[in-house]
Design a binder for this molecule. Structure first.
Ligand SMILES: NC(=O)c1ccc[n+]([C@@H]2O[C@H](COP(=O)([O-])OP(=O)(O)OC[C@H]3O[C@@H](n4cnc5c(N)ncnc54)[C@H](OP(=O)(O)O)[C@@H]3O)[C@@H](O)[C@H]2O)c1
Length: 358
């Protein structure tokens, strides 16, 4: 965090880190947001380096070149986050907003938690993780809806999604391990699955901590079901007998009662899984006095015909914009960790303004 005295508001200097499905949308969001100025774009793949990313900025693989552009904030959206990379940015005095991790870093395992906090304090910088889920639908929206409620008994977010439309197949197959034999699809068999599960546990802790649930524990239940048929997914294939359905439940308990739950039913193509019927998208239920329910979806348009690919892309736009729109709040926040429960709810920076860049 840095405060500029005297000269009136200046644009926040923003660098984009990685140009994947989310990063491409983030880049367009930065270029169109009043008050943000794109100053650098760091890419992972060498074949994406040397291109003009917009605003005259040329993409680079070099972290040194990114830092030389003196960004105030980096939008960090790599496939796999690195605590070392983020510590380097924070220590250099750069705020980091990310869709990849750090949704409630205070509940992150050591030594990562202390390393990130020390780096942020040393650099006077702030770390914020958010997105769609984890992020807006599992933190900002339930917290906003809880403003209607006197006494809460339980908060449940159910996500039902078919990943066969998701173009980032490396995340589907390599990180989430769809398409593998069942014995290879568990937290104990995969560091990445364990990492992913921990992100959702952090999100449950976040709601519990923010809403006074006094949780004793957050437990994980995981069920896998295999495909009955071959399912082609972009450049990959799910073979029969390999996992194409995973149900993950992360439940925060207090005094033996379930208080906060994220229940994700994820499939890749048709499934025989015997799960509760759930509407595609996200269903949020706050049980209390009063009880509140909302069904949430992201689509490319609610009124105009769009392709399936455009609807799928809408989720990446939403994921990216949740952190891009949070940039002014994060940059103004005190050094350290800033969760969705700490910051004001981000609103669209571009709003109704016509896009300057597609
Ligand atoms: N919170 C949420 O709701 C939410 C939703 C969706 C995604 N996410 C997370 O957001 C992040 C970005 O998602 P995405 O769909 O954009 O991912 P993606 O398209 O699969 O990959 C993002 C970029 O990561 C870089 N990359 C690829 N391999 C890498 C490696 N081995 N080491 C370091 N970087 C590598 C590439 O960057 P270049 O393009 O620069 O070469 C790639 O384009 C992921 O961590 C994902 O889990 C969060």
């Amino acid at each position: 965090m840095r405060v500029v005295h005297g000269a009136g508001p200046r644009a926040v200097r923003v660098a984009q880190w990685a140009l994947g499905a989310v990063g491409r949308e983030s880049l367009a969001g930065i270029l169109n947001a009043p008050g943000l100025e794109l100053v650098a774009v760091k890419v992972h793949s060498p074949d994406k380096a040397g291109a003009t990313a917009g605003n005259g900025v040329v993409t680079t693989v070099s972290v040194e070149e990114l830092l030389a552009a003196r960004p105030d904030v980096v939008v960090y959206t790599p496939r796999t986050p690195s605590v070392d990379e983020v510590c380097g940015l924070l220590r250099a005095g750069v705020d980091v907003v990310t869709t990849a991790f750090a949704f409630h870093p205070a509940r992150m395992a050591e030594p990562d938690r202390s390393r990130l906090l020390d780096a942020a304090v040393a650099g006077g910088s702030t770390l914020h993780g958010s997105g769609l889920n984890p992020g807006n639908f599992s933190a900002a929206v339930p917290l906003a809806l809880s403003g209607l409620v006197r006494h809460l008994r339980r908060v449940t977010l159910t996500e039902r999604a078919d990943w066969s439309v998701y173009e980032s197949t490396s995340i589907t197959f390599d990180a989430m391990r769809f398409g593998r034999p069942p014995e290879e699809v568990s937290e104990s068999a995969s560091e990445l699955l364990a990492f992913n599960a921990d992100l959702f546990r952090q999100q449950v802790w976040l709601l519990g901590d923010a809403l006074g649930a006094d949780l004793d524990e957050v437990v994980t239940e995981h069920e896998v079901v295999v495909a009955g048929e071959r399912v082609p997914v972009f450049d990959r294939v799910i073979e029969p007998g390999t996992v194409n359905a995973q149900r993950w439940r992360w439940v925060g308990r207090s005094g033996g009662a379930d208080r906060v739950e994220i229940d994700c039913m994820w499939t890749v193509g048709p499934t025989t899984a015997d799960w509760p019927a759930a509407q595609h998208g996200w269903t949020l239920q706050l049980e209390g006095d009063p009880s509140v329910s909302a069904h949430l979806m992201t689509l490319a348009s609610l009124t105009e015909p769009r392709t399936l690919a455009e609807h799928v892309r809408a989720a990446s736009v939403a994921t990216a914009m949740q952190v891009v729109n949070a940039i002014p709040h994060v940059h103004a926040a005190p050094p350290g960790f800033a969760t969705s429960a700490d910051l004001p709810i981000p609103r669209s920076l571009q709003g109704f303004r016509e896009p300057a860049s597609p």
